[in-house]
Design a protein around this ligand. Structure first.
Ligand SMILES: NC(=O)c1ccc[n+]([C@@H]2O[C@H](COP(=O)([O-])OP(=O)(O)OC[C@H]3O[C@@H](n4cnc5c(N)ncnc54)[C@H](OP(=O)(O)O)[C@@H]3O)[C@@H](O)[C@H]2O)c1
Length: 375
């Protein structure tokens, strides 16, 4: 059993445990819980490991048994006090006679916020909040966006050269990053609910967009394609029977092409905010809301520059996964990762680093938007 030097160390351990549920608990949040005695010796711990499974608090209490009595529980998210797929955690905490609960983050769902803590306090349990709250917010940001905005949490990924190009001026881009970087992208894909690209990328690269090897989740693949130009011969269409593909188009897309795609097993959804004679592009706001209605927690946009630019302009990007390779591509017309209108002045840093890693000779920079942390 572990012994902790201070309260932050206990909560950090609970956060580390919570991370182990990422990829398997969604649309629930990852949560960790640690029960300690008055000298901060671990009595037991647990984490929420899969959607529909027991919550972290219940796992920790079950592991502690009678030893939980009089202990202090450190938990990364406010315990629930409602009946969901499992019983209320507050009841389990009270039944186990825990004397104090330390919470990192209050539940961001308005119907639940503060209620678990109020229930515990009413029953005489001492409750503290806010310990390592920012770290807990970072971890639960996808869950928070879902319950607060009804939208998926958007990850943007790109590989670029030292001079910030994602392809040559002819559109050639395979491969800019090295094998280690690409393996990391496959890991990322394996915990997504959806992976999206623009039709420009499909026409240039004919990507498969699956996780290889597979991860804990299988993402639906989405092509943003106003006029339903996705070729029937593309790898996406050819593999649609195994892994689903959605084409998001507008009512202006030719009906016969839409029918051909549907016959090939593609789900075609049409932007209801556009009319039949409206040749503007698919509204990303409409598409993101539609994915939210479909319970999409994590969405990965893999480019290209036009689609990512539109997503950035619409302030949809929550996290970036950037792979920088020691290559120089050059060319004024070569694509950069984020097109669109862009910012008019250099903004205050609106993304903060989560990780910077060397992946052989590439560098991986992982950032999260401040808005996502503060939400
Ligand atoms: N290095 C990397 O990480 C990486 C990743 C991906 C791609 N790439 C490279 O990037 C290039 C393709 O990028 P790209 O910028 O030309 O194309 P893209 O972003 O993949 O696709 C853009 C197309 O998507 C469609 N679209 C529909 N609605 C849209 C909306 N609301 N906003 C933006 N686009 C919308 C538009 O075509 P319609 O109007 O016909 O619908 C638009 O032309 C290729 O050379 C590829 O190799 C590199």
């Amino acid at each position: 059993m572990l012994s902790f030097p201070h309260h932050e160390a206990v909560m950090q351990y609970a956060l580390d445990l919570a991370c182990q549920g990422v990829g398997t608990v969604e649309p629930n949040p990852p949560v960790g819980a640690v029960i300690v005695d008055d000298e901060l010796n671990e009595i037991a711990s647990g984490f929420h490991s899969r959607f529909g499974g027991p919550h972290a608090e219940v796992v920790a209490l079950a592991n502690a048994g009678d030893r939980a009595r009089g202990g202090t529980m450190f938990v990364t998210l406010e315990p629930c006090c409602h009946h969901g797929k499992t019983g209320p955690c507050t009841d389990a905490i009270l039944a186990a006679r825990i004397k104090k609960v330390v919470v990192a983050r209050i539940d961001p769902a308005t119907h639940a916020a503060g209620q678990g803590m109020a229930r515990l306090r009413e029953a005489g349990v001492e409750v503290e909040t806010g310990l390592l709250e920012r770290a807990a917010r970072k971890l639960t940001a996808p869950f928070a966006k879902g319950v607060m905005l009804g939208q998926p949490y958007v990850h943007a990924k790109w590989a670029m050269s030292l001079d910030g190009k994602i392809a040559t001026s002819t559109g050639h881009s395979q491969w800019i990053s090295n094998e280690t970087s690409r393996a990391k992208v496959h890991e990322l894909r394996g915990r997504m609910d959806a992976i999206m690209v623009g039709i420009g990328t499909v026409l240039a690269d004919d990507p498969l967009l699956t996780a290889r090897p597979p991860g804990p989740r299988t993402a639906v693949r989405i092509v943003v394609d106003s006029h339903a130009r996705l070729p029937l011969t593309s790898q996406l269409v050819q593999s649609a029977a195994t892994v689903p593909v959605i084409v998001a188009c507008t009512p202006a897309a030719p009906a016969e092409q839409v029918e051909l795609l549907r016959s090939a097993g593609i789900e075609v959804i049409s932007d209801s905010t556009r009319g039949e004679t409206d040749h503007s592009r698919v509204s990303l706001k409409w598409l993101i809301d539609e994915l939210g209605r479909r319970q999409t927690t994590n969405l990965l946009i893999e480019g290209g520059g036009e689609l990512l630019g539109a997503a950035f302009d619409a302030q949809l990007i929550d996290e970036c996964h950037v792979f920088i390779a020691p290559k120089i591509i050059g060319g004024a017309d070569a694509k950069t990762p984020i097109g669109g209108a862009g910012m008019l002045s250099v903004p205050d840093a609106s993304f903060e680093p989560l990780a910077v890693e060397h992946l052989a000779d590439d560098i991986y920079i992982h950032t999260q938007s401040i808005a996502a942390v503060l939400r």
